[in-house]
Design a protein around this ligand. Structure first.
Ligand code: COA
Length: 182
C-alpha cells in the first residue's frame, strides 16, 4: 500500500488561472511553473544525462519528446523550473494513462543538482495531480535500479517501490496523494 502525501506544498489549483496559481517561487532563484509554447525549444533540447549513467538517457528522451507528444494530442503535462535569467533547469512530465496517473520523467541540469529542484518538481507534480484528480490518487513511476539519485529522492518523499515484474532492471514506485483540505 503506497504511503500517503497530503499535498499542501503548493497553493490549491485555481482552474480559472492555472498558470499563475501554480507558479511557486523557492527561497532561491527558481520559479516552478507550467510549460508554455515559448518553452518548446528549451524543452526539446533539455539536457539531464549524466556521463556513465545510461539510465539517465530515457528520462531525457521523454522530456525532449513531450512537446511533440502534446501537439499529437497526448494528455501529458509539464512543469518547468526556471532560473530568473530565463534558463530552464528542471522539467517534470506527468499525466494520466488508462485511469492511472504517472510521473513519466524528471530531469535537472547537472550544474543545479542537489539544490532541491528535483524534489520540488516531484512535489509540484503530485500536488497538481491531487488537485486535478480531485480525490485520493495513486501516482506511479518507473525507476532504474541503479538510479541512486531518483531512488534517494523517492525515499525522501516516502514513495514506496517494488520490483517491476515486467522489467528486472526497474522498480515500480507509487505514492498516494490527496488534495489539501481547506
Ligand atoms: C534524479 C534527479 C532529477 C534529482 O534532481 P536533484 O534536483 O538533484 O534532486 P534534489 O536536490 O531535489 O534531491 C532531493 C533528495 O534526493 C536524494 N538525492 C538526490 N540526488 C542524489 C544522489 N546523487 N545520490 C543519492 N541521493 C540523492 C537526496 O535524498 C536529496 O535530498 P538531500 O539533498 O537533502 O540529501 C537528477 O539527478 C537528474 O536529473 N538525474 C538525471 C535524470 C534522471 O535520472 N531522472 C530520474 C528518472 S525519471
Amino acid at each position: 500500500m503506497p504511503l500517503s502525501l497530503r499535498c499542501r506544498s503548493v497553493p490549491p489549483c485555481d482552474h480559472a488561472d492555472p498558470v499563475s496559481s501554480l507558479a511557486v517561487v523557492t527561497a532561491v532563484d527558481i520559479v516552478f511553473r507550467r510549460y508554455g509554447d515559448d518553452d518548446k525549444l528549451a524543452v526539446e533540447t533539455f539536457r539531464c544525462t549524466t556521463p556513465g549513467e545510461r539510465w539517465t538517457k530515457p528520462p531525457q528522451r521523454v522530456i525532449r519528446c513531450a512537446p511533440q507528444e502534446i501537439r499529437d494530442g497526448a494528455d501529458a503535462r509539464l512543469v518547468v523550473a526556471e532560473e530568473q535569467a530565463g534558463r530552464i533547469v528542471g522539467v517534470v512530465v506527468f499525466g494520466p494513462n488508462e485511469h492511472r496517473w504517472y510521473i513519466h520523467a524528471i530531469g535537472v541540469v547537472r550544474d543545479r543538482r542537489r539544490q532541491g529542484i528535483g524534489e520540488r518538481l516531484k512535489i509540484t507534480a503530485l500536488a497538481e495531480i491531487a488537485a486535478v484528480a480531485g480525490g485520493r490518487q495513486n501516482v506511479f513511476s518507473e525507476v532504474h535500479k541503479n538510479n541512486l539519485a531518483m531512488l534517494g529522492l523517492n525515499d525522501k518523499l516516502n514513495v514506496l517501490r517494488a520490483p517491476d515484474p515486467e522489467n528486472r532492471a526497474h522498480f515500480i514506485s507509487a505514492i498516494a496523494v490527496t488534495p489539501a483540505g481547506p
